[in-house]
Design a protein around this ligand. Sequence first.
Ligand code: NDP
Length: 283
Amino acid sequence: VLGSDFLSRLTGSFSTGAASNPTVWMIEAAYRFHKLDWRYINCEVNPENLKFAVHGAKAMGWIGFNCSMPHKIKVIDFLDDLSDSARIIGAVNTVVISGSRLLGENTDGKGFLKSLDAVRPVKGAKALIFGAGGAARAVAIEIALAGCKELHVVNRDPGRGERLAELVSSCTSTKTCFSPWLGRFQIPDDIDIVINCTSIGLPPRVDVDFQVDTSTLLPRMTVADVIANPANTKFLQSARDRGCTVLDGRGMLVNQACIAFKLWTGHEPNSEVFKAALAEIAL
Ligand code: NDP
């Protein structure tokens, strides 16, 4: 039976290199599963066109959109308000358009935290993060806000790493320190959770040597990676070989998409639908 409403609700994503972003596949599957006449349009947008894309989405009555690399910081210039964590992190990956107002949220860290929670509690834990870019900032802030006791930041660029450690100590009660990443890093033996938040493992950096002394990865440690494609990074494989509990980046990807779905539609997502969609495309 034909309905009388032919106007779908629109959402989507703006990024450069959009073709490799699988979020569209998961969210469209969820719209179908929940019988919502909604669309998610994956758009290739280069930096000079971001402003026009955002204004266009607003003009066309979009409900919201994701922003991926390289727009997560620049998009803030075009928004009306930010959630508390997006303000602290200084980056936005999800925008909700409500009437004429654009609200920026950051779900990177929240998505990671949810998948970590399923494996081990972060409250009271001592964590070590490799990296200090956008993903690292989001993960560091969220795990600190969730009660991580101590956070050790390790990064190649010392200025960036120190800024992240200072940000976490100034905004949360987590005890934080920074170490420059020089040579094969030795993980202190009292660390509970080790997280790769660098882009090592993501093509074309699949074979970059992850400079860590793997003998310092202990079986009692939980080792996580934010890289979702390919999910079994060399770093995670070394942790698995050492008997650690491992967590790959797919859970973070699924959870983020679920959070965006809920923010836009107001419906409680069935995360199994997102996972099944991701499995279909065999990341
Ligand atoms: P950025 O470019 O902001 O940061 C990259 C980080 O990686 C920096 O800390 C950089 O160090 C470090 N790095 C890169 N190459 C090397 C190397 N050869 N040796 C040591 N350090 C290196 O990227 P993002 O933080 O935005 O993203 C990082 C990764 O997170 C991406 O690969 C992305 O796919 C993934 N991600 C996954 C998500 C998911 O849902 N699973 C969500 C968001 C991101 P330096 O500061 O020294 O340059």
